[in-house]
Design a binder for this molecule. Sequence first.
Ligand SMILES: [Mn+2]
Length: 325
Amino acid sequence: MDLVESVSNDPCHLQGRPVADFHAFLDAVEEALRGSDGASLVRLPSDRPIQVIGDSHGDYASVERAVRYARAHDPPQRFVGLGDYIDRATRSEPEPTSLPGGSVWNLAFLLAWAARAPHEVILLRGNHEAPRRFPVPVMTFLKELRREVPRGEALAIYSRCLDLCDRLPAAAVSENGVFLAHGGIPPPHRWDLGRSVPVDAAVLEGLLWSDPIEDYEDRGVGFAYTAQELEGFLRTNGWQVMIKGHAPVHLGRSMHGGRLLTIHTSDLFQRFGHQGILMAEIPAKRPVRSTRDLTVRRLVNGSWRPYTIEEGTRGSHAPDPLPEP
Ligand SMILES: [Mn+2]
């Protein structure tokens, strides 16, 4: 069995192995993703359902269950990650000295699947996968790597992982009109995406860092977009609905008149609001006109249970101060 297959079967397969195996794994992923340059808008057929996860931040246990759910169908369902696979080391906070390497194994697992099924498992970039373009306030990925591989090797592995992140696409859209990106939309004069997403800073800032105006907080990068702006962007491109991650304020809620759904897929956000481990299904074939046409599931005791999407923005389930983006 090759390393890609082994890691796709066990996120922690590389734990404790010689660092040469890690490099060999990254070689195989690079080879499989060769040709992708981070610029394309991935267009997904709607012949099968598509499962979508939000920010996971090192929670490979939840991510593994999400991927297994999608791939267990016959034929396997397509799968999209909305970004933010690394940083925060969810299970260890607030004790950074006991970081368990969750970001390392989460990224390795997802890259293994992207390499194994490159047209069916799509990993979009989150703001945490673009620290070379825009600095991120809470970065733990390199610290976690330094705990998992010999210290003298960690920086090389880190740099290679960021090289791969640089090649991940910034957005995707389903044939039935669901736009997928980590945070938001481009600024208005750049709405028409045509067939590809340019990787210039203005468009990337909008897609990876911006927030709906109801969730906006000053992050020092990114901007707030209104319901009217989201609608204008979707209409310009002929799409109907957007699914995003990024801001944890309105998890599992439908906003902007049923056009916008925010999901996260991490035990970290479960601690800040009880609906933090969610997965959204884009149905096959039929048109998606609003978030009501999506199916959301929540991970409860290891299984994906149906979850009712709440409407509107009132009564946010955020009892504690929210973490930094
Ligand atoms: Mn984010």
